[in-house]
Each structure stands twice: as C-alpha cells, then as structure tokens.
Design a protein around this ligand. Sequence first.
Ligand SMILES: [Zn+2]
Length: 263
Amino acid sequence: MNNQAAVLYAPHDIRIEERPVPKPGPREVLIEIKAVGVCGSDVHYYEHGRIGSYIVLQPLILGHESAGVIVDVGEGVSKSRIGERVAIEPGIPDGTCQQCRTGHYNLCPNVRFFGTPPIDGAFTNYVTVPDSFAYTLPASMSDEEGALIEPLSVGLWACRKAQLRGADHVLITGAGPVGMLAMKVALALGSTEITMTDVFPQRLEMARKATPSWKGRCGWYEPGRRGQCADVVPAKPRDNPHGNVPLCEHVCGCDCAGRDGSH
Ligand SMILES: [Zn+2]
C-alpha cells in the first residue's frame, strides 16, 4: 500500500511525495481517495500561498472536496463498512467546545479542515476521518459526484439561509461551480425564476448547457467596461435607481460576483 501525495511547498510548487499510510484510530475509517474537486480556495493557496490570515507556512496537501472507498476501520467501527463508497465531510470539529456541544459543530473554532493550513487535505491516496464523517454513497452516484457533495452543501445552505420556497424569484451572483449547484438546489426547491450573473459569459453558457431545465435569465458584467451586459434583466424604471442603466449592471456589479468568477 503506497500513499502518494501532492504537496504544496510554495505558490506554483507542488511535489509528488511518498507519505506513510495513516492508521485509523478509534472510531475512524481509512479511506482510499477516488476523486477530489479543486475548490477556489485550493487555487488561492496554489497561486498565492495564502487566504487572508491562513498562510501556508509548511508543506501542505490541498483538497477538501473528496470521495473514496473505505479500506480499513479503527477500533469501534464495524468491519462491514470496509468496501463502502463514501463522500467525506472535510471539517473535523473537536466535539467538546460550546459550539459543538450545542449542536453547531460547523462553527467549532477548533475545527481541523482538510487542505487548510496546517491541516493536510485529500490530494493523496489515503486519509483517515471519523467514521461519522464518511457518508455512504448510493451505487447510482459516481465518485466525482460524491466529491461534489461538499460544494453542493454550500449551495444547499445558501438556499436554506434564503428560506427559498416554491415560486420564489432568485438572483445568484457568480456562475461558478458553487453558483451552479445553488441554482440546481433552487430549481429543486421549486424556484420559478432564477437569474444568474457572472463576469464571464462563457460561465453562464456552461450553466445553461449543464442545466437544460434552467430557463432563467442571465447577465454578465465586465469590470471597468460598463454597459457590456448581454441578455440583460429587463429594467423597470421605477425599480431601477440608475435610471436607464440596465438593471443587470446594477445587480451584477457586486464585488463578490467578480471575485467568485475570477477562477
Ligand atoms: Zn468544537
């Protein structure tokens, strides 16, 4: 059993290295990784070596959107799990702090999150996680789709926070993978009108191709070149504080859309 890992040493410097195969501890499972997505955060660490106060100070394995198959189990885990295909929840909380004990383990300040300095991630052959953080995948779902469960959860949470219900009208700024997954969730929840914006028209075209059931409108905005909107949201003068400027320019000029669409 070999464990090869893609290790980031510095921006644009990733080396393939042999690492020891981790041993599953009590209530842990050993997973052979089969698919890993590349998140915008992975790209930031690769390009710049940091995201804000998270800085790569020592060699780091990136990747936190992953799926694989359980190949060994630690003490206290049923051996029947061996061979199970699973999606991995990549943020491992301490389980003891106030947030964890009040049921908000996603807010644990001591979380150990895959691929975030100094915690190694999933661009490696084998990882261990608590067995409750390895979610069984149905046979109908591919490994790649399993790796998309984590970013899907971001879109799902966004739609929950927005309290979407059937027949809602939705604006999604940024048509990257997370924006597209949010759009699919909004469709599944019955939203009848979904508008997407991005700084790159090709992303919007991809969103249309990937989701034929999306009949909504879209608009794109090129920073610094006002009025470059295609397929703009029709502006009703009374709704538009900018007079004759297409509403699209107003709504998709958000900084976050530009940043989200930058990779
Ligand atoms: Zn905690």
